[in-house]
Ligand binder design. Structure first.
Ligand SMILES: CC/C=C\C/C=C\C/C=C\C/C=C\CCC(=O)SCCNC(=O)CCNC(=O)[C@H](O)C(C)(C)COP(=O)(O)OP(=O)(O)OC[C@H]1O[C@@H](n2cnc3c(N)ncnc32)[C@H](O)[C@@H]1OP(=O)(O)O
Ligand SMILES: Cc1cc2nc3c(=O)[nH]c(=O)nc-3n(C[C@H](O)[C@H](O)[C@H](O)COP(=O)(O)OP(=O)(O)OC[C@H]3O[C@@H](n4cnc5c(N)ncnc54)[C@H](O)[C@@H]3O)c2cc1C
Length: 627
């Protein structure tokens, strides 16, 4: 069987221990064991099938999502899965749904911004799913500009309550995931008003729906904001709209770790930076970086396996055409994405460590690394999601026409993934935050602080900053060129963390060698992509640029025999890949043909509508022809 033999032959060429590379990719033997076991549990459960998603109406699609979420929760309880295993199960179910926001934002917000008492009250309810929460920050009129939010939370000393209100149409909460049809509660971000004085944005826990009949509570208008990009895709998520008409909540439902409001209506600032109100966004952004490596590796796995199966032109002496993976143009498009997937994996590991380190420091009232954590999570979220969104589209194109079929898995992967460039912070807005951080850092460099990083990449950042750095008054004056410096800074971090990964103990025959090749491919690919920066800032000479290019091409040849093994190391099930082109067995053509007939359009040989619309035309033509 052609495809199967091709992939079997490719696997026999591997020059490294794939099982050990699986451990490196997973992060540890324990994590590999958990993800392998849970991914197969999901793959073997018919409730979690994904192949009909693009054929369902929005209402049927959503109801099926609720069914899957309920089944997932039931399995978590039945099997007594740990929090880690439950998170893996939600990941491999692979369907954006309210659970993501309940576990991924609502609970972390209460943990990060609630007092001990508030955590003791609300977390047990949330962990047991006695309440379902979402994160309601963005409004119809404001998303990036958090300080521009209009929802008000006015303290009423007569009743010891906050009055939550939507004063304008643009203050309607708009986009929060899980809000539209499912969540019973939300963390609502609104302007704290005490005695007519505006104290800025804070978080408030607000019940939205009755726990008895799920109807919206008095003063609450709530619904879904409508269909989003692509069929299936993110339409499994009920992104919602929410308006308040003077809804009253107890004073103790303002999240008060950062600021407290006393019974007398006095605002007391605690000793933590007010920016902790933004803390959930830092947490989610570091998770999004890890998710980028998952999404990109998934697309690269599909495109790499298909590129080894697909043969086109280049008839060889044995009468067989050439595998498209052997074309240098295919390699120059595909292998940098393979390298990027590994690079994002390792920078995501580091970012997770940075986030945990910041949190431990916060416990000890050490806030010194919070600005760097914000800049790194913002910048790396921006860099990795933009590269991944572009990379998934490139993988679709690498698969030719068949990449455009839903059965390839790539259109839906692209449609689900691309909002990552917007949610949790628009990517340009976040790069401007990095630019601000760099300006402050450069201004402090005079104090003898020396930047650290790889020379050429570091030089590029320094030079770009000096070229473009001006005394900036505020956000809006930041030049587009500074965004370029911010990207350069983030790419420096990615390369540096890949190099640091290689300095760790890396067991397994040939594993370190493959990772070194991928690290060099990433670094040289970025250098090639931004050659203008490196040349214009004098970091490298034209001769060096030419040598770098030659080295890059040589590295592609080094990776070529290992490409299939490198994507096998992601250890993805066919269920998770959900792609006829990316099947482990390479049995592409028979499965493509089989999938086609499953389309409802093929339920009848003569299509519905023929008699009404087509036959009259044809008959008319026949009559005309006889005249
Ligand atoms: C679902 C989760 C589970 C898993 C995750 C996996 C996948 C994700 C899947 C789905 C995600 C689903 C939904 C996404 C949810 C959302 O989209 S929630 C809404 C997200 N919204 C945003 O990100 C808004 C972006 N805007 C901002 O962050 C801010 O408005 C701003 C930073 C752009 C501007 O802030 P301002 O206060 O207005 O002005 P500033 O002067 O720039 O900043 C003031 C100072 O504060 C510092 N700072 C800013 N942000 C942070 C932060 N997050 N942490 C720490 N510090 C911060 C800034 O540096 C300034 O400090 P100075 O010392 O320079 O004054
Ligand atoms: C699928 C999805 C899920 C979401 N889930 C949630 C959720 O659960 N909870 C929640 O609260 N929100 C959620 N959001 C909202 C999301 O956080 C916002 O869309 C995001 O923060 C961007 O804000 P915005 O849409 O207002 O865009 P805007 O800020 O209006 O940006 C529009 C354009 O203007 C540019 N721009 C804006 N400001 C500047 C500036 N200062 N300088 C230069 N350019 C600028 C941007 O770069 C962008 O190109 C979700 C969004 C999506 C798409």
């Amino acid at each position: 069987m052609a495809g199967f033999d091709d992939l079997a032959s490719e696997r026999s060429k591997a020059q490294f221990d794939v099982e050990e590379m699986k451990v490196i990719w997973a992060g540890s033997r324990h994590t590999l064991e958990v993800s392998d076991r849970i991914s197969r549990l999901v793959a073997n459960d018919p409730v979690f099938r994904k192949d009909t998603r693009t054929m369902l109406s929005r209402k049927d699609l959503f109801k099926n999502t609720l069914r899957k979420a309920a089944h997932a929760w039931k399995r978590i309880i039945e099997l007594r899965l740990s929090e880690e295993e439950a998170a893996e199960l939600r990941f491999y179910v692979d369907e954006p749904a309210f659970m993501d926001l309940h576990w991924g934002m609502f609970i972390p917000t209460i943990k990060g911004q609630g007092t001990e008492e508030q955590q003791q009250k609300w977390l047990p309810l949330a962990y047991k799913m006695k309440i379902i929460g979402c994160y309601a920050q963005t409004e119809l009129g404001h998303g990036s500009n958090v300080q521009g939010l209009e929802t008000t939370a006015t303290f009423d000393p007569q009743t010891d309550e906050f009055i939550i209100h939507s004063p304008t149409l643009t203050s309607s909460k708009w986009w929060p995931g899980g809000l539209g049809k499912v969540s019973t509660h939300a963390v609502v971000y609104g302007r704290l008003i005490i005695d007519s004085k505006d104290y800025g944005v804070n978080g408030f826990i607000v019940q939205l729906r009755s726990l008895d009949d799920h109807l919206p509570l008095p003063g609450i208008t709530i619904g879904d904001i409508g269909m989003k990009f692509g069929s299936g895709a993110y339409n499994t998520m009920d992104n919602g709209v929410l308006r308040f008409d003077h809804v009253r909540i107890p004073r103790d439902q303002m999240l008060m770790r950062v600021s407290q409001v006393t019974r007398e209506g006095k605002l007391v600032q605690s000793n933590v930076p007010w920016q902790l109100v933004y803390g959930t966004m830092v947490y989610v952004r570091q998770k999004i970086v890890s998710d980028a490596s998952c999404a990109l590796s998934r697309a690269v796995c599909i495109a790499t396996r298909y590129s080894a199966v697909r043969r086109q032109f280049g008839l060889q002496s044995n009468g067989i055409e050439t595998q498209v993976i052997d074309y240098k143009t295919q390699q120059s498009r595909l292998f940098p994405l393979l390298a990027s997937a590994y690079a994002f994996r390792f920078v995501g590991e580091w970012l997770k460590w940075l986030y945990m380190d910041v949190n431990q420091r916060l416990q000890a009232s050490d806030f010194s690394t919070l600005p760097e954590a914000h800049a790194c999570t913002a910048g790396l979220k921006s860099l990795t999601t933009s590269a991944t969104a572009d990379g998934i589209e490139e993988c679709r194109k690498l698969c030719g026409g068949h990449g455009y079929l839903c059965s390839s898995g790539l259109p839906e992967l692209f449609a689900v993934y691309i909002p990552a460039c917007t949610y949790e912070g628009d990517n340009i807005v976040l790069l401007l935050q990095v630019a601000r951080f760099l300006i402050k850092t450069v201004s402090q460099l005079g104090s003898g602080k020396e930047p650290v990083g790889t020379t050429v990449y570091m030089g590029r950042v320094e030079q770009l900053m000096q070229c473009h750095c001006a005394v900036q008054k505020g956000f809006l004056e930041l030049s587009a060129d500074l965004v370029q410096a911010a990207v350069a800074h983030c790419q420096l971090i990615v390369v540096s963390k890949f190099i640091e990964k290689l300095q760790q103990d890396i067991p397994g025959k040939g594993v370190k060698g493959q990772l070194e090749a991928l690290c060099n491919i990433y670094a040289l690919f970025i250098l090639h992509k931004h050659l203008g920066d490196f040349l214009s800032t004098g970091c490298i000479t034209p001769k060096q640029a030419s040598l770098a290019n030659a080295q890059l091409r040589s590295l592609y040849s080094q990776v070529r025999p290992n490409a299939i093994a490198l994507v096998d190391a992601f250890n993805y099930t066919d269920h998770y890949l959900s792609s006829v082109l990316g099947r482990y067995d390479g049995n592409v053509y028979p499965k493509l043909y089989e999938e086609a007939w499953k389309d409802p359009l093929n339920d009848s040989v003569v299509p519905d509508g023929y008699q009404e619309y087509i036959q009259p035309i044809l008959k008319q033509q026949l009559r005309n022809a006889r005249l």
